[in-house]
Write a protein that binds this ligand. Sequence first.
Ligand SMILES: [Zn+2]
Length: 249
Amino acid sequence: MHDAQLLRYSRHILLDEFGVEGQQKLLAGHALIIGAGGLGCPAALYLAAAGVGRITIADGDTVDATNLQRQILYRDASVGLPKAAAAKDALGAVNPEVEVVALGERAQGPRLDALVAAADVVLDCSDNFATRHALNRACVAHRRPLVSGAAIRFDGQLAVFDLRRADSACYACLFPEALEAEDVACAVMGVFSPLTGTIGTLQAAEAIKLLAGIGTGLAGRLQMFDALHAQWRTVRVQRDPDCAACRES
Ligand SMILES: [Zn+2]
């Protein structure tokens, strides 16, 4: 690390658990963020500010006026721009040292597979079950830790699946693919603005801990946050031996 980096990251380096070594791991790390919406915006901001060396962010949408209430990477002038490109500009302004790869697409199939294989940690900041399950399958196949977040109305969820471990549960152990869950869109249900910040920021925290190799992760637990009544609940998550997504892994 050069002097400017030692200064920029000094408040991490001062943490005993982190130190120069932890920061160096972050600088060498590569995070993949799927979705640059309410969760992806705060997650990406913290990963960039913290100095994660490479951030790939994928989203096929353009910024819409209704996004500005919670998608904090975007400004009034961003409306109409592709989210991934606008996100890259905003992250570059926060920390020009970070390499940001912006993909203006909804990654799927072999493309998604390659993106996951190239990442050290994967953040699911998407808003639909098709993407969540495809991303989970790719993380199972490539044994990449998956940090999953969700936020709708006043209800948030956070879970980590450390798929580097053979005994880890996967997203589908918790929410089976066969469960014909219907996507509930923010457009219909509404979403409490700071809830997305809360969950997205916690996704960044878990991803940074995974990259730096510090602390105890959330793996094996699901946290649920009721923002309306300020209540947290934690439940254990166990591997489903019959899970269609991770059974053969
Ligand atoms: Zn599973």
